[in-house]
Design a binder for this molecule. Sequence first.
Ligand SMILES: [Zn+2]
Length: 380
Amino acid sequence: MRYDRSHECWGASATVLTLTAKVPWYSNPDQVTLLQQTVEAYRQGCNWVSGVVDTTHGLQQAALHTETYRPLRAQFGLRSQMAQSVIKTVIAPWTRVRFTKPAFDLVWNRDDSLKAGAFSLNTLAGRVPIPFARQGMERFFDGTWQCGTAHLVHRHGRWFLPVPMTKDVAETDWAEIRQVVGLDFGINVLVTAYDSQGQTTFFPGRAVKARRAHFKLLRQTLQRRQTPSARRRLKRLGQRENRWMTDVNHRVSKALVVRYGVQTLFVLEDLTGMRGATERVRRRDRYTSVSWAFYQLRQMLEYKATLYQSRTIAVDPRYTSQTCPHCGHVARGNRDKRRHRFACQQCHYRSNDDRIGAMNLHRQGIEYRVTGAIAAGPRS
Ligand SMILES: [Zn+2]
């Protein structure tokens, strides 16, 4: 029996929320063998059809179907739906490809199999029910989610069944927003939040920073050794670091939406451009990993805010750390980056620089609510 930890991907567009649930499921050794044989037959079928397409230059589905459907069934033992799926998979890319790790569509009776607590998987031996763990998945069964077609994938010796789940979410009306929270992302302080009550909350980042440094050290050690096993370990290390960072971001984004509750407007910096991120992170190698983590945190916050009847906006980060929240004076010299201090050269207002960032984001959120526009530059 095998248990895969439940995991999620995310993505939110206007009103449709899509999560990809990596459903944890159980299978016995016989079923695993059967699934392996099925995936292998599917892979070989894909490669064979790809070869046919390459020699005949025929990409029209009807013609290809006539030529390949019967052999796929007879020689590769594929069942009808799978043979059709192979043909569709091969047509999708336009150049000849070698299929090494194919994923195949599971056409399953979604609602029935979900209720019964088992997936009905299409294999060489027909449909096989494979039970899955409902624990941690409960919210997907509340009747508001619809599930899409899953692709069964086999990676690193494990089976995954990512199921796209979608639900319609009514976007919270601007009139319902009752508070604005500015969120400044950083390294030493992961997130600094400034809210409408004038309170500042810090999510400390030192432990995360230390762990990241630890990963970096291990990475450098492995990079120096040029052996195949070191390369494998390096790859696994990268995956472990990603999982850990993803987990941290899940917890931080959850803590934020829970702390501020429904009808909150979160204002964050748009760090997709290089500018904002390089300002904080000088070293180039650090830039990539940190900006990836910020981007992920932002995405998670966006979808969780939607689920919590809240909203998010991202603003131009250029002046958030140089603007005095007290008098509006903008100057690079207002901020002492090295000592993490902010001191306004005009009105002498002083504070911690992360807090200043969050305060300015909060103010931009308030302005956005009034004017409906995000202020791009310094205040006049
Ligand atoms: Zn000032």
